[in-house]
Design a protein around this ligand. Sequence first.
Ligand code: HAM
Length: 431
Amino acid sequence: MVIGRQINFMEKRFSGVKGMNDILPEVSHQWLWLESQLSSWLTTYGYENIRTPILENTQLFTRSIGEVTDIVEKEMYSFTDSLNGDNLTLRPEGTAGVIRSVVEHNLLYNKPQKLWYFGPMFRHERPQKGRYRQFHQLGVEALGFKGPDIDSEIILMLRDLWQRLGLLQVELHINCLGNKEERLAHRQALISYFESNIDILDEEARRRLYSNPLRILDTKNPKLQELVTGAPKLTEFLGADSLEHYNGWKDILSKLGVTYIENPRLVRGLDYYNLSVFEWVSYDLGSQATVCGGGRYDPLIAELGGKENYAIGFGLGIERLLLILEAQGKLPQKPAADIYIVNDGSGAQVYAFNLANELRKKGYQVIQNFGGGSFKSQFKKADNSQARLALVIGENEVLHNQVVIKCMATQNQEVVKRELILDSVEKLINN
Ligand code: HAM
């Protein structure tokens, strides 16, 4: 029975994995547009593209991002390869894979590298607006520069990007995380401070008290905010070199008119950072406000087996950037075809194929009607395609070697000789 068949049909359907989205044709043109904006922007700053695999050995991430981070503790898609027992993980971020590749291929031998990548990342988080389990990042890594000049260029190029995209009100937060010894001294001070307030701490904060007390500063628990505000600040523990780097960075930014907010509680969610860290925040995003985050991570290259060197970079959340662009009305319209070719009869079909081919060579977007149908139904399809012009070819047009060109907006039409079609199309499309 029909009902039985329908139920069966529904049962056969699959849904996508929770938190992992299809990017459908309705919006994919926005992605293509943004990707091309991003790649030309990066090229003007001398960055080169690098592409690394989506799967890496799990240990690469635990060592880079840190054992006691949300990402490694509870968000990684890790599994054992049943064929050879390897422990693999879907990349939760791009920096670790890029540094692995740079070290493996000795790319820093004798020269710095300015690299960028774009692609899906995977984190098992609770999905909500702006937070997904598969999301996309544009990542940038500048390797081999001590800073703080490059730290400043990284900020300037992001400000330039917001301007190119026409975005308003993206707020910059910065901080300095110092070096390992300074962070250790700060860590000790934090432990003592939180120990003397142990009764106020929630379960998560207590669990992190000795393993990663810095993370307690990141707590979302409103009951801990006052305690966290009064906690010792890392800036109080910075030595001369770190302060010089931080002040040098701020100095260049100020001289170039960059507005920033110093946020001593900005610690980032990954453990590899030192010195300069930053986040760009937009209030168009609701609770997932950070559109871009990054900073310096000099120790990571040696940590992953390379020679001591310098590194700084950032990750830009593409879904979040698109949400801001949408909220601020800065997304482009879906591009429509230039020309729709209406044709009827076998002679007209061959004529249409040849004409479409010629027009495409001139760079026009051409849709040829397939599947026949009356002129009326073909015009309806031409209308739906939002093409600017319809070219109409029937047996009569083939016979007289001409076409009817119809402007879809005005409904005006004219008969044009075959050899004059390209000229007429050009005039009508460009006026
Ligand atoms: P991150 O702060 O973890 O840094 O991620 C960078 C950006 O990715 C975030 O600011 C956000 O826009 C986006 N993002 C993160 N998680 C999600 C999610 N679940 N759903 C949607 N968007 C998300 C890193 O990943 C570092 N690798 C950045 C970096 C590069 N630091 C130095 N070099």
